[in-house]
Design a protein around this ligand. Structure first.
Ligand code: MD3
Ligand code: FE
Length: 223
């Protein structure tokens, strides 16, 4: 049987912009299942997953839980003053290893991989109607890459420019298991998730509905 008859070809690796590399299907089914299980534990506590409150009084449609450092608009802290005041879960060594293997896969650069030392993970859960508007991530004091892993329902990911929320931007479909690494000139680009695509989730990974995204970052903060 020729799988080419039944599956659209997906490239091994695609550089969407300088330093922005998409690696379709990077995380194995077992890796997805284990990562979903870890995220479920973090979602329970010590700081439960929540809809982040915005300073203007709104709440994000996405639900987020943090590991290593707690992000709230627009800073990182060790304790979650906006949730329950507790210290966030420690950033485990295996998650740093996952980040280094992701950088190696995206860039094919063993030295860039070896020096990557993420100290925070933001875990975002999208139900079918959640979205994330175009924004930049600027709270980190490091220009190290951001590693993003998607599991569950697919989405439209919008990758913009570093100047403003407008065009030009590129829309990319992210599927369960896909890796995206944003470094170099792409590190401070605007980006967002305008749409989750229903009904093509990943039950084998333990997600019957919705989309999970895990981003690893270096905060550049100490202590
Ligand atoms: C490009 N999350 O948590 S991941 C976020 O799918 C966030 O949940 C989206 O944007 C999500 O801040 C997009 C891809 C991503 C994450 C961080 C980036 C792309 C990025 C930082 C700089 C440039
Ligand atoms: Fe972001």
């Amino acid at each position: 049987m020729s799988e080419g008859l039944f599956r659209l070809p997906r490239p091994d690796r695609a550089e969407i912009a300088p330093g922005a590399v998409h690696v379709p299907g990077w995380l194995s089914p077992d890796g997805r299942r284990e990562l979903v299980a870890a995220c479920r534990e973090w979602a329970r506590g010590p700081v439960p997953i929540r809809h982040t409150r915005l300073p203007g009084g709104g709440v994000m449609s996405v639900q987020t839980v943090c590991v290593g450092w707690h992000w709230q608009p627009y800073r990182y802290t060790r304790t979650a003053a906006d949730v329950n005041g507790r210290p966030v879960a420690a950033f485990p060594g295996w998650l740093g290893e996952l980040g280094r293997s992701a950088v190696a896969a995206a860039y094919g650069d063993p030295e860039a991989a070896a020096r990557y030392s993420p100290d925070t993970a933001l875990i975002n859960f999208y139900d079918g109607s959640a979205r994330m508007g175009l924004h930049q991530d600027k709270e980190e004091r490091s220009d190290a890459p951001v590693v993003s892993i998607s599991i569950g329902d697919s989405c439209v990911f919008r990758f913009g420019n570093t100047e403003n929320r407008g065009r030009p931007y590129t829309d990319v479909e992210l599927v369960s298991g896909d890796l995206f690494v944003f470094g170099g000139p792409s590190r401070f680009a605007y980006h967002g998730v305008p749409k989750v695509l229903p009904g093509n989730g990943d039950p084998a990974a333990g997600l019957t509905g919705g989309r999970l995204n895990i981003t690893l970052r270096e905060t550049g903060l100490d202590g």
